[in-house]
Ligand binder design. Sequence first.
Ligand SMILES: Cc1cc2nc3c(=O)[nH]c(=O)nc-3n(C[C@H](O)[C@H](O)[C@H](O)COP(=O)(O)OP(=O)(O)OC[C@H]3O[C@@H](n4cnc5c(N)ncnc54)[C@H](O)[C@@H]3O)c2cc1C
Length: 422
Amino acid sequence: MRAIPLWQDQAPMEEQLGMDPLPQTTDVAIVGGGYTGLQSARNLRDAGLDCAVLEENEIGFGASSRNGGKALVGLKHDASTVARQFGNEIAEGLWRSSLEGINRIEEISLEEGIDCEYSRTGSVYLACRKKHFESMQKESEWLDQHYNYKRVDVPKDELHSEIGTSVYHGGTVDPLSAGIHPAKWVRGLAKTAKQRSATLCSNTRVIQIIRLKDGFQVKTNRGNFISREVLVATNGYTEGLNKSISRRVVPVGSYIIATEPADPSLVKQLSPKARMFYDSNWFLKYFRFTTDGRMLFGGRTTISTSQDLKKSAALLQKDMCEMFPQLASLAVTHSWNGQLGVTFDALPHIGKVDGIHYALGYGGHGVALSIVLADHVSELIAGKRQHSLFSEISHPTYWFYRNKPWFRPFLGLGLRILDKIG
Ligand SMILES: Cc1cc2nc3c(=O)[nH]c(=O)nc-3n(C[C@H](O)[C@H](O)[C@H](O)COP(=O)(O)OP(=O)(O)OC[C@H]3O[C@@H](n4cnc5c(N)ncnc54)[C@H](O)[C@@H]3O)c2cc1C
C-alpha cells in the first residue's frame, strides 16, 4: 500500500511547473498553489497583471490533488436552510454558483484541452436514516418550487438501480454533478497558468506578509519581494500566516483509500451509472469508481489532520467491505489524507483583512466552488468586478478560536453524537 494519493501517483505534477525564481516585484502574490490560487493566476494574467503563485510544497500538493473528484451541485447546507438565513435571492445566487463551477470546469477543460476525465455522470446523496430520506424529499420539492430545479428521489426499494448495496434508506440523484481526476485538473490549471506567463514557485513557504505604505513585503523561506496585492488561497492549509484569516477557517482531516481495479462487470453491478456517492452523516462516507475501475472510498474516520494512514486505511476498508462485501478480496493500493477548510457557517467566503485578499472555506464542496471564488476574487483584484455574494455575506468566527483549533476533538465528538442520535 502506498501512502500517497492515487491521483498524484497517476498524474504527478510536472517538475518544471514550479521552478521559477522569485520575482523582485509583482502585482499580485498568491499564497497557495491549488485550484483557487492557480485559477486566480490564470485570470489575473488574462487581465494583464503580473502574479506569482507561492506554494510551500509542490504545486497542487494540497486538497486539490487529494480530493474525491466529485464536482457537486449545492452547498454543505440545504438551499432552503441557507435561504432562511440569508433570504431567497442571496441563497439562490450562492447555490447557483455550484452549477456555474461545474460548467466552468467543463468549459475550461474543453477550451484548454485539459484531459481531467471530466464527466457529468451525476451524484447520489444517500440517506443513512429514513428521516434523512424524508428531508431529502422535502428539499427536492423546495428546489423544484423555488428554483425550478429537478432532482430525482429514489426510495430504498428502487435504490439498486443506482448502487449495489442495501445499507441506505433511499437517495437523491443530482444529474448535473460531475466527476473529475483531481490531479489532472490541477496540473492542467498549472500548465495553462504557466502558458500565460504566471510565475509558479514551489517549495516556497510564505512566512510573513508585511503591509507597507503602498503594497506588501512578502517574506518567504527563499527570500523576500514586494507585491502590490496579496491573495491568500490556502483553504484547509491556512495556519498562522495572518491571524484574522486563520480564525475564520478550521482545518479538518479527511481520509481516502483506493483499491486495485475491480472486474468491469463488478463495477457495473455496484455502480451501474458511474455516479459520485456521498451520504448524509456528519462523519460521512463518500465513494466512487475511478475511470480505471478502482473503488475510491473516503470519509472522516476522524476530523484530526494527523491520523496514521495505516489506521485510517484499515477503518475505511472495514466500512467499504461492510457496504460492498464483493470488494473484500481487492487489495488497497493507496491510502492518503488531506485537509478541508471548514467555516463556522459552512459557506465559502471571499474577504479582505489587513489589506490582504482571501478566498477559502469550501468544506467538501471546493472542486466546483473554488473555480467560482477564484474567478470572483481575481476579478475584484483586477477591478473587473465590484461585488461578489461571497464577499458580501459576513464571515463569522468565534472568540474561542484564536491561534489553534483546540476545540476540534470536541467538535468531532459532538458530530459523532449527532450521527448516533440521527
Ligand atoms: C480528502 C479530501 C476529499 C475531498 N473531496 C472533495 C470532493 O469530492 N468534492 C469537492 O467538491 N471537494 C472536495 N474536497 C475539498 C476540495 O478538495 C478543496 O476545497 C479544494 O481543493 C480547495 O482548493 P484550494 O486551492 O483552495 O486549496 P488547496 O488545494 O488545499 O491548496 C492550498 C495550498 O496552500 C499551500 N500553503 C498553505 N500555507 C502556505 C504558505 N504559508 N505558503 C505557501 N503555501 C502555503 C498548501 O501547501 C496547499 O497546497 C476534498 C478535500 C479533501 C482534503
